[in-house]
Ligand binder design. Structure first.
Ligand code: SF4
Length: 423
């Protein structure tokens, strides 16, 4: 028995709930166990307890041993006076909580509850419930995935809210920064974001119709034009950048921030910057288009960009490669941007506007995108839980990273359902 498991058992009433008596022999019924308190003070607040014919509403403190009351010094703490109930697993010392009825749960907890918890905690594989989660009903799992997605977005969007405040509530700017970070994908998200933050959006806007100037600004600010080149194209970019840099008093980021190692050439940041330049060049009013559009068929063409002609046979400046062809963003990258930028920004915008139907649209958008394929979704699929769409794959990633890896099975709906099933 651990404290966490004991709290879990109390919270979900996983003990024998009939014929309960206090240590003084009075009949006891738990009408409501109370709300789990994660702050200082008693473990559960506002519980409803019936002792004899009297209903008490108050707080409940749990301990594995009654003597823990003294060990924790509760006798000196006013917030532990006048509790509704002291619940212990083992009543090793009588009468520690003055004027507080005591319930002892040793012998009242079914063996399967502890047994199933032990199996989850001791499983040696990456997914401790790989064998048992199939017993849990699909509807229960789907409801849990919906809550996990909300949790994932809540965490992600709290950072975005800060960014929005830092950009004077300019949604176009937020989209520009987040889109840039997304073009860096996992490996180059940070330098891409720094790059975007180093060039005001209105500067790019002034040069939007001239692709070479957009590229000059982006490659120059990325620190990638600070070299001697053989090809005409980077030399022209250098000339443009040298003029624009002085004009707008810009300072480039360090070229050392960019990572090329172990990447497929098609994902090199040089190629991604050229694609991002094309997105800026071809998009007018991108933010309003993105906020107003809720079908994949309409969003995909907005993001379907191809790097300029120089990149047809280059992945790097001055390194000619015959045969690779035009560098389009590609369907899976577009889907990645819908999942990680478009749907969340639509959701945030709808939430800030208080528009519930728009929020629904952003979730529907995610459900229309195929599930992501990565190590985590493959692990779930190998263990019999396949995501049907991107909303579910995002939720399964959240579940694995934040619950399964940390063995937080007691805080997981799947874990609760496994532990409470008798077979
Ligand atoms: S956290 Fe939930 S889904 Fe993950 S292993 Fe534990 S019970 Fe299973």
């Amino acid at each position: 028995m651990t404290e966490a498991l004991f709290q879990f058992i109390w919270q979900h009433s996983l003990y024998q709930v009939t014929d309960l008596k206090t240590t003084d022999g009075e009949q006891l019924t738990i009408v409501h166990p109370g709300k789990l308190n994660k702050d200082a003070g008693p473990d559960f607040l506002e519980a409803r307890i019936k002792i004899g014919k009297t209903i008490l509403v108050g707080n409940v403190e749990l301990h594995l041993k009654s003597s823990d009351w003294l060990r924790h010094g509760h006798q000196h703490d006013l917030s532990y006076h006048n509790l509704a109930l002291h619940v212990v697993y083992d009543n090793d010392v009588d009468g520690v909580a003055i004027n507080t009825p005591v319930l002892v749960l040793d012998g009242k907890i079914p063996a399967h509850v502890i047994g199933k918890y032990d199996v989850l905690m001791q499983a040696g594989n990456q997914l401790p419930c790989s064998d048992q989660h199939k017993q849990v009903r699909s509807i229960t799992k789907e409801g849990w995935l919906t809550r996990l997605l909300a949790e994932r977005w809540e965490h992600k969007l709290s950072d975005w809210n800060v960014m929005l405040e830092n950009s004077a509530e300019d949604w176009r700017n937020l989209l520009y920064w987040r889109m840039a970070a997304n073009f860096g994908f996992k490996t180059n998200a940070t330098p891409f974001l720094l790059l975007a933050q180093s060039i005001p959006l209105n500067v790019l806007g002034r040069h939007r119709e001239n692709l070479m100037q957009i590229e000059a600004l982006l490659f120059g600010q990325a620190g990638m034009l600070n070299a001697s080149f053989m090809d005409d194209y980077p030399e022209k970019l250098q000339d443009e950048y040298s003029y624009l840099r002085k004009k707008y008093k810009l300072s480039p980021i360090s070229a050392h921030l960019w990572k090329f190692l172990r990447m497929r050439p098609a994902n090199f940041p040089t190629v991604r910057i050229a694609q991002f330049a094309m997105l800026i060049h071809k998009s007018e009013h991108l933010f309003s288009q993105i906020i107003e559009t809720h079908s994949i068929k309409e969003i995909e063409p907005l993001l379907d960009v191809t790097a300029s002609d120089y990149w047809i046979d280059h992945f790097m400046f001055d390194e000619l490669q015959t045969g690779p062809g035009p560098k389009s963003l590609g369907k899976s990258s577009i889907q990645n941007i819908i999942i990680n930028t478009i749907a969340p920004i639509q959701f945030l915008y709808a939430s800030r506007q208080g528009a519930a139907s728009l929020r629904e649209h952003s979730l529907n958008l995610l459900e229309a995108v195929p599930a992501e394929k990565n190590n985590i979704t493959a692990l779930w699929a190998d263990n019999g839980w396949t995501a049907n769409n991107a909303a579910q794959s995002q939720a399964l990633i959240q579940l694995y990273n934040n619950y399964c890896s940390a063995r937080r099975c007691l805080e997981c709906t799947v874990g609760l359902n496994i532990i409470r099933q008798a077979t």
